[in-house]
Design a binder for this molecule. Structure first.
Ligand SMILES: NC(=O)c1ccc[n+]([C@@H]2O[C@H](COP(=O)([O-])OP(=O)(O)OC[C@H]3O[C@@H](n4cnc5c(N)ncnc54)[C@H](O)[C@@H]3O)[C@@H](O)[C@H]2O)c1
Ligand SMILES: [Zn+2]
Ligand SMILES: [Zn+2]
Length: 375
């Protein structure tokens, strides 16, 4: 089959790889109809996640038609159309039972945290879904059947960025009347803005430095701040909000804009990338407020502003989204027309345009926000 594979730093290729097959009795094989590229994939191709072998199949936002099922599978049958949430979860360990799906104790033989499709050997070594076919383990748990009447574009993001953005807002404790700052106007940040509004936030300030992405945020009727236009964007936000926002949601992560020192230290493996969003958050959040970190971080961070957070009684919340907890809830909102995420799709390409797709998403070219690939 054809698949997008990791060939080294900033090097992905569309290649022929062997088809997946049923390995365990509760596996299924999905014939992929749509898959997307995520900001998390950029961390991989920037070499920020260890243990990525050459030839590893990428992709953790995937849906399609069930092609084959193992003998113990009862949740889905051949021919069903399913979305596949990105965390691979057994469904019966303590963590899965307590809505911590991304922290499953059983799915990742190589580490303590739960496995993720197409996300390095550290995260379980499972091939991803930017391919023609995907093997889905624990198929009685993750895959969820989607209603016929909903198009792929409407439901594909239930695999990751819809639950992730919803959870980022919920984890931040956003309530009606709140002032919320959203750092990053990529796919995750934009959906986070929409959910914050949905939860009744009164004032939303969106931050980025990519012009066309800020323009997209403006269409939601929120205030925008280009952090490059301020010496200290965090202080500026603190000023215009009279002391800071109730909740700051970091939708940037370690690939944010780096300082020169961070670049050198990251290259020397002394630093886990950028913490530029965290620096803005320290100032932009009010005393006693919450910073909800959705953006992915790895390794360790020099000069992490722990004292600033401590002094001002800030709550920090973070992690990989337990996506399974939110799929049904959000599916209902989509079905009833109460929420729609299709406006962020800027590119629909065929899978064999994978290299180009990564290029424009990574380099923020051609006004790219979210790319969907069709095998
Ligand atoms: N926690 C989870 O479960 C989970 C799930 C999905 C994605 N993510 C993470 O969410 C983050 C965003 O994903 P995405 O697909 O939107 O990625 P993206 O790279 O398209 O978006 C990030 C945006 O942040 C902007 N940015 C850079 N530095 C900034 C700064 N200091 N302040 C404000 N904005 C800044 C960039 O210009 C870009 O538009 C990534 O780190 C991704 O790994 C986490
Ligand atoms: Zn993702
Ligand atoms: Zn589990």
């Amino acid at each position: 089959m054809k698949a997008i594979v990791y060939e080294g730093i900033k090097n992905v290729k569309v290649k022929e790889v062997s088809d997946p097959s049923i390995e365990k009795a509760d596996d299924i094989i999905v014939k992929v109809t749509s898959t997307a590229i995520c900001g998390s994939d950029l961390h991989l191709i920037h070499g920020m996640v260890p243990n990525m072998p050459k030839g590893f199949v990428l992709g953790h936002e995937t849906m399609g038609i069930v092609e084959e099922i193992g003998k113990d599978v009862h949740k889905v049958k051949k021919g069903d159309r399913v979305i596949v949430p990105f965390p691979i979860s057994c469904g019966h360990c303590w963590f899965c039972q307590h809505d911590l799906w991304s922290q499953c104790d059983n799915s990742n033989e190589n580490g303590e945290v739960g496995a993720i499709f197409g996300y390095s050997n550290t995260y379980g070594g499972y091939d991803g879904g930017q391919a023609e076919y995907l093997r889905v383990p624990y198929a009685n748990i993750g895959p969820t059947i989607v209603p016929e009447e909903l198009a792929d574009e409407q439901v594909l993001f239930l695999t990751d960025i819809l639950p992730t953005s919803y959870w980022g807002v919920e984890n931040g404790g956003v309530k009606s009347g709140d002032t919320v700052v959203v750092l990053g106007c990529g796919p995750v940040g934009l959906l986070t803005i929409k959910w914050a509004a949905f939860q009744g936030a009164k004032r939303i300030i969106a931050v980025d430095y990519v012009g066309y992405r800020l323009e997209h945020a403006k269409k939601y009727g929120v205030e925008v701040v280009n952090f490059e236009e301020h010496d200290n964007a965090g202080e500026y936000i603190k000023e215009i909000t009279h002391g800071g926002a109730d909740v700051v949601i970091d939708c940037v992560g370690m690939d944010g804009k780096m300082t020169a020192i961070e670049m050198v230290e990251t290259a020397l493996k002394l630093q886990g990338g950028s913490k530029s969003a965290i620096e803005i958050a320290t100032q932009a959040v009010r005393k006693g407020g919450t910073v909800s970190m959705v953006g992915v971080y790895g390794a360790r961070y020099n000069n992490f502003p722990l004292g600033d957070f401590f002094a001002r009684n800030i709550t920090l919340k973070m992690g990989q989204c337990p996506a399974q907890s939110y799929v049904n809830r959000i599916m209902t909102l989509i079905k009833t027309g109460k929420f729609d995420a299709t406006d962020i799709i800027t590119h629909k390409l065929t899978l064999d345009k994978g290299e180009h797709a990564y290029e424009i998403f990574d380099k923020k070219q051609d006004n790219c926000i979210k790319v969907i690939l069709k095998p």
